[in-house]
Design a protein around this ligand. Sequence first.
Ligand code: C5P
Length: 219
Amino acid sequence: KKSMPLFGKKVMVTAGPTYEAIDPVRFIGNHSSGKMGFALADELAKLGADVTLIAGPTEQKSSENLKRINVVSAQDMFDACTEIFDVTDITVMCAAVADYKPKVVAGQKIKKQESTLILELEKTTDILASLGRNKKANQILVGFALETNDEENYAKSKLEKKNLDLVVLNSLNDKGAGFKSDTNKITIFNRASEKMVFGMKSKTEVAKDICKAILNIIE
Ligand code: C5P
């Protein structure tokens, strides 16, 4: 059916931040609201896809026509994504995954120190890069990039390095774009080195543009 071009397709979307525990009461997080990923999951479901949304800690409500898996840490998100990746046709990684986590998680609340507290951090696993390494020819993998400088070059190199089919560049330089807002301004790059520039729009409209770029690959 024309209105359900993704009918029968299994789609995975990640959204929101991750929280990396420091001790039982503290964590390292970020300002991601999850709005962009939730809007994408909604639009993909409206196009008929069988959507699984893997969501970090967020206030967002998800619609009933998709399956939601709640996770907290980057490791949880990695486990959830890895478990279902093999059966997915399309994966869109919109989550703002922490790049570092505390090397040890204290079992008790860390007491106030005399002066400085030094936390040792280690790298989290790059989920998107890991999926990219395992991607099969018939799978579509979409990543996001958020940069403050030299954005276009970083976005293009991400496409190559992580073996993506599309990379969506989020501009932080534009007012009204990015984290908490209801609007966003994106540029999409594909493997054919095409650059698609879009204006500032609601995250729902942005999600529709991303869906169109995905449909273009399939057709
Ligand atoms: O390399 P960078 O973190 O800028 O790449 C951003 C993209 O990678 C986003 O799509 C994000 O969801 C994904 N990512 C991930 N796992 C990480 C870090 C980023 O899946 N640990």
